[in-house]
Design a protein around this ligand. Structure first.
Ligand SMILES: Nc1ncnc2c1ncn2[C@@H]1O[C@H](COP(=O)(O)OP(=O)(O)OP(=O)(O)O)[C@@H](O)[C@H]1O
Ligand SMILES: [Mg+2]
Length: 421
């Protein structure tokens, strides 16, 4: 029986799916101590003298370690960044391609153990606009880097498909009639939209060349929401906005430190001897030395992932309740606060506006009025944020909104796409 394989290398989570000729699909289950999981955290963990670990195992090893190694998150956000060529970890230089290859090798090994070796092309997802991409040349640059890593990991030949188009194919697999659909896929790094006809008839027309009506994307999503929580709630407790004395002047804390702290993919790079030395000398002359001590503790003890977990827990709490507790206590870092959902919604107001503008651009460029859209399918982890959903409820009406399979729709859709090749 013919089968199609889809690989969704996500900013936060990755997954692999297989689709069969009867258009059903299922995801690969990845090993973790808590049993199989269909979402594989896209993280990489380095410890001295042992091979790097990845995914759920990386997180388990990191959490169990007394002396933390280096945990690198949100690697996909570096792909389009020409300035980021690589990093030195425990004395060895790695390019971005090398880092991603380590993750992809494990994904492939676990998937092949379940599915048998990949034959035929693997369809791999791409966002409309990669994080840090300013133009299409940057997107192409990101894809070339990812292709290099896929090839190194023995995955291929590969065909790329837009992630929100894949999510549309997943949605389509449940349909017995045609619909004009808008997809919104809100992940960790990017928010991506597509507008297309789906359904049994649309699929036939697609085979004879009818295309997608339009796609649009904006390079912000869950990680950007997290950054706002860090900026408003965490950074002030770690000295953002505080001053220190330098000879006869009073200077503000350097802003770049907090900007790295807000970005998961940069956070682990703060742990360099130069930065630590700089912070130590600032601490001596700081007007709020306890806050700088807390910042140093977070960086030196590599607590980036613990911070991520605390942010994630309160953000998810705010998706289901109107208030949530933010608790992050470790050594000198002692933060325990309540956040109101309305407050969080204000913090992310700029991001929400960019999402609204992106939807408007898609409708404007396709010339399709909102009232002509039959259904809006929202997926990806960040579609669980109520105010994100509200954008679409207000624009298209509550009755038109569907959602689901937040963490697997893209991989399954990519696998369904592979069947059409
Ligand atoms: N209950 C929740 N409420 C709000 N946000 C959530 C919730 N659950 C997960 N998220 C967020 O969803 C994001 C991850 O979603 P997803 O796995 O779809 O992203 P991804 O596919 O890895 O990223 P991308 O598609 O941008 O590459 C994270 O930012 C995470 O914090
Ligand atoms: Mg995604």
């Amino acid at each position: 029986m013919r089968k199609g394989i889809g690989l969704d290398f996500g900013t936060t989570n990755s997954s692999i799916a297989i689709a069969y000729e009867n258009r059903t699909s299922e995801t690969v289950l990845f090993g973790s101590s808590g049993g199989g999981t269909e979402t594989y955290r896209s993280v990489l963990y380095f410890e001295p003298k042992v091979p790097a670990s990845t995914g759920p195992v990386a997180i388990e090893r990191y959490l169990a370690a007394d002396e933390k190694g280096r945990l690198i998150q949100s690697l996909k956000s570096f792909l389009a960044s020409r300035l980021f060529t690589g990093t030195n970890v425990f004395g060895r230089q790695y390019t971005i391609g090398d880092l991603i290859t380590i993750i992809l090798r494990d994904l492939r090994a676990q998937a092949e153990a379940q599915l048998g070796s990949f034959d035929g092309p693997v369809v791999v997802g791409r966002p409309i606009r990669y994080s840090n991409a300013t133009d299409e040349a940057d997107n192409t640059f990101a894809i070339e880097r990812l292709k290099w890593a896929l090839n190194k990991a023995g995955i291929g030949p590969v065909v790329f498909e837009y992630e929100p188009v894949a999510a549309a194919y997943f949605y389509e697999s449940t349909l017995d009639h045609d619909e004009l659909i808008m997809i919104g896929d809100f992940g960790g790094g990017t928010s991506d939209f597509s507008l297309l006809h789906v359904g049994p008839g649309a699929r036939k027309r697609r085979a004879s060349g009818e295309g997608i009506l339009g796609t649009e994307g904006v390079a912000l999503a869950g990680d950007a929401f997290d950054a706002r929580i860090v900026r408003n709630l965490v950074s002030p407790e770690l000295g953002r906005g505080s001053d220190y004395r330098s000879i006869d002047k009073v200077l503000p804390m350097p802003a770049w430190v907090y900007s790295d702290l807000e970005r998961w993919h940069y956070l682990s790079f703060l742990k360099s001897s130069e930065t630590i030395q700089m912070l130590r000398s600032i601490q001596i002359h700081s007007l709020e030395p306890r806050k700088i001590a807390a910042l140093l503790h977070l960086i030196q003890s590599d607590l980036g992932f613990n911070l991520h977990q605390a942010v994630q827990a309160s953000k998810s709490g705010l998706s289901s309740e109107t208030a949530a507790r933010f608790c992050f206590q470790d050594g000198d870092v002692q933060i325990d606060r309540n956040i109101q959902r309305t407050q969080f919604e204000k913090w992310i107001a700029e991001e929400l506006q960019k999402i609204r503008d992106c939807v408007d651009r898609l409708l404007a460029k396709t010339g399709i009025e909102g009232s002509k859209v039959d259904r809006v399918f929202l997926t990806g982890g960040s579609s669980l944020v109520p105010v994100v959903r509200r954008i679409f409820e207000e624009r298209f009406g509550v009755a038109k909104i569907s959602s689901g399979s937040e963490f697997t729709s893209v991989a399954k859709g990519l696998a369904l796409r592979a069947l059409e090749l």
